[in-house]
Write a protein that binds this ligand. Structure first.
Ligand code: BDP
Length: 707
């Protein structure tokens, strides 16, 4: 059904035109020709013929032939697809410079002048698959584009443009992290149980894994880590014979969609799995164990991606136990993986989660930079550091991580969180693409103006061999995959942004809505509108001005004004009767601002130039401090919390206008969730407003009732 098909329903091409579907079919859509045999090519063929038959009601004929002569008779209209080197028709139709314009997973889709032939080509088979998904997306998004032939009005007026598309992915690694546990639970999962595991075993439902792989590949994802970064005892054994066969089955499902499989590994695996006494990275026995074990992994999965590691973080083991640093720790694994072309993805989420809160110099925001910056240049060339977008932990608003721009000689990927741990847990609507865009467009000034984070993530600024995106998935066994049906837009958007960070949040929202719900203009306008304002709304009724963390400890859902204030996790707002905020300045605070390059350091250090939305992230100010907006901090808090509730209520009302215009199951699911959000927003408003009213004793200028 539509929930499960997500953005791949291809039902929406021509609304209301069911009977006349086949008339709209492009001339080339009835025949597909290929020369190459490969599992990814098979996937591409299946996707293409399925997609075309859904769009146009005609099942294309697939011609597989080894010889060029049998195929390339240009008088027969067809789609001809293959790699640049493996298919001769690509050579016949594309010029040298056209061929040179794409590499790796990039692709070309070209219609000939007469619009009777469509050539799809790429240097790689994955590229061919991405091209197929891209073509089907374009045909769905722009149904008029496919109307070739005399019947088309555009043609009569000579306006129809032939299809001519060249695409090149900007980021090489475009990865998804599953935080799934083998017992079937998902850490920070809000969409039901795991689709990967049940009751301590790998699922038998490989079809569902394939369907997931398909969704991911359609947006351009090419790597997946299939287990939680917190690797507990049982998951450690994924490296052992006991489970490797199962891992290999998953790898096959993903491989068919051009996705490489990675495992999160426990740093103490030599002890947990191997029965050794130590996991010291400089111990010969330990190194040998990793080499042998890694060879076994590659025997089962020849294209295995590598290990994702969370070490010395939140009670996970790591090299610190042996007085070794993280370069020594990571490089040992890199050595074991190198012979097979594998990668170590080493997370930078390292901080002291047992710190003494009375000591304000241990600012958690500082931790990753303090820890990793001195190691720049010491990591092996197949190690990639995975850095969260912000220095704290996926808050609705926080500064960007200063590690971006701090490590010129180290491979790095940026880590986002698609799962909405701190942004409403898929019960509140929060379209996250605008937040990711802001981070990616942030100028670090690392090499002067124009050193945006997206250029560090894509490897171009420092010319790094490995780079890209990683993100924590938001899916589970839920019927619509993502709990909140509109949260699918975040999974879709993440993939699209990884492929091309220049796409706008608006364009991605528009694409997703049209692919999922069709082209009814009211539907498109309302849903994109809801998505695009959703994160601002969520921010306005939750923790104010970048201070973060006013959530319930542990599960992190709902307001809790002092829940983390006196705990050891290093997540404070320091509110008292005089003021609020974390002083991270050099002048009087933790000195965190100095981790940025001069331009940003100065901007954040000064109250005059620090942006309003981050004022409490960087400064401790009195409630009467006047923001650039002209409002005092306390009045800003009151106003945004009252407005936020009204806007959350408006979201629910807007959705109601779509009754009867979208799939009824999706309609009622979202209607229920939006009503809950509007209610829950009041709880946020009242707790936050009351708290600051009591702390400050300052009345609301508009004398609204504060509970
Ligand atoms: C935090 C989550 C925790 C994760 C951790 C991580 O609360 O469950 O294990 O991040 O990224 O956001 O390792």
């Amino acid at each position: 059904g539509p929930q499960y098909d997500a953005w791949l329903g291809y039902h929406a091409a021509l609304p209301g035109a069911n009977g006349g579907l086949h008339k709209a079919a492009p001339i080339w859509s009835k025949r597909i020709e290929v020369q190459e045999q490969h599992h990814v090519m098979d996937t591409a063929l299946t996707e293409l013929s399925q997609g075309l038959s859904k769009l146009y009601g005609v099942q294309p004929e697939i011609i597989k032939a080894q010889t060029q002569d049998a195929l390339h008779n240009e008088r027969i209209p067809a789609i001809r697809l293959g790699t640049l080197d493996g298919s001769r028709f690509a050579a016949a139709t594309l010029t040298d410079s056209e061929r040179a314009a794409v590499h790796g997973e990039g692709f070309i889709i070209r219609e000939d002048e007469a619009q009777r032939e469509l050539v799809i080509s790429s240097a790689t088979l994955q590229g061919v698959l991405y091209a197929v998904f891209h073509l089907l997306r374009e045909l769905t998004l722009k149904p008029e584009r496919a109307q070739t032939g005399a019947a088309s009005d555009d043609m009569k007026h000579g306006k129809h443009k032939r299809i001519d598309i060249t695409e090149q992915p900007v980021n090489s690694l475009r990865m998804i992290n599953q935080w799934d546990n083998v017992d079937g639970s998902i850490e920070r999962g809000y969409a039901g149980r795991s689709i990967f595991y049940e009751n301590g075993e790998f699922t038998r439902d490989i079809k569902r894994i394939r369907d997931y792989a398909r969704l991911l590949a359609s947006t351009g994802i090419n790597a997946v880590a299939i287990n939680n970064v917190n690797v507990h005892r049982k998951e450690s054994l994924f490296l052992a014979e006991r489970y490797l066969g199962e891992v290999a089955k998953f790898a096959t499902a993903f491989r068919d969609y051009g996705i490489r499989l990675f495992l999160s590994a426990n740093y103490a695996s030599p002890i947990e799995v191997g029965g050794l006494q130590s996991a010291d990275p400089l111990d010969e026995q330990v190194r040998e164990w990793w080499s042998i074990q890694t060879a076994k992994v590659y025997a089962a999965i020849p294209d295995f991606g590598g290990y994702l590691i969370k070490a010395d973080s939140e009670n996970r083991p790591g090299p610190f136990t042996y007085n070794r640093d993280h370069a020594e720790g990571a490089n040992m694994l890199a050595e074991a993986l190198r012979p097979f072309g594998g990668l170590v993805i080493w997370r930078c989420f390292v901080y002291n989660c047992k710190q003494d809160w009375r000591d304000r110099s241990t600012d958690r925001a500082r931790a990753a930079y303090d820890h990793f910056k001195p190691l720049d240049g010491r990591f092996a060339d197949n190690v990639i550091l995975q850095i969260k977008n912000g220095p704290m932990d996926f808050q609705v608003r926080e500064a960007v991580s200063p590690l971006f721009g701090g490590m010129e000689n180290t491979n790095q990927v940026i880590e986002f969180q698609i799962t909405q741990e701190y942004t409403g847990q898929q019960r509140h609507l929060a379209y996250l693409v605008p937040q990711w865009k802001e981070v990616l467009d942030f100028d670090t000034y690392a090499k002067g103006e124009g050193s945006e984070i997206k250029r560090i993530a894509d490897g171009s600024l420092y010319r790094r061999p490995y780079s890209g995106f990683a993100a924590v998935s938001n899916i589970g066994a839920d019927a619509c995959w993502t709990g909140h049906p509109l949260a699918q837009a975040n999974l879709y958007g993440y993939g699209r942004l990884g492929w091309n960070p220049e796409l706008s949040a608006e364009q991605i929202a528009d694409e997703w809505v049209r692919l999922t719900f069709g082209h009814d203009e009211q539907v498109v306008e309302r849903i994109t509108g809801m998505l695009l304002c959703s994160l601002d709304i969520y921010e306005s009724y939750t923790a104010p001005l970048g201070v973060g963390w006013m959530v319930n400890p542990d599960h992190h859902y709902g307001p809790n004004v002092d829940g983390y204030e006196y705990s050891k996790w290093g997540t404070y707002h320091f509110a008292d009767c005089h003021g609020i905020g974390v002083d991270r300045t050099v002048k009087s605070g933790t000195g965190y601002t100095s981790q940025y390059h001069a331009e940003n350091a100065a901007r954040y250090e000064s109250l005059e130039t620090c942006p309003d939305e981050l004022i409490l992230f960087f400064h401790h100010v009195p409630y009467t401090h006047v923001l650039h907006s002209g409002k005092t901090v306390i009045q800003h808090i009151y106003d945004t919390h009252f407005e936020g509730v009204e806007q959350a209520e408006a979201l629910a009302e807007t959705w109601k206008e779509l009754e009867g215009k979208v799939d009824p199951v999706i309609y009622s699911k979202v209607a229920t969730l939006q009503a809950e959000q509007a209610e829950h927003a009041k709880e946020w408003r009242d707790m936050i407003n009351t708290y600051f009213y009591r702390k400050s004793g300052i009345q609301d200028e508009h004398a609204r009732t504060i509970y």
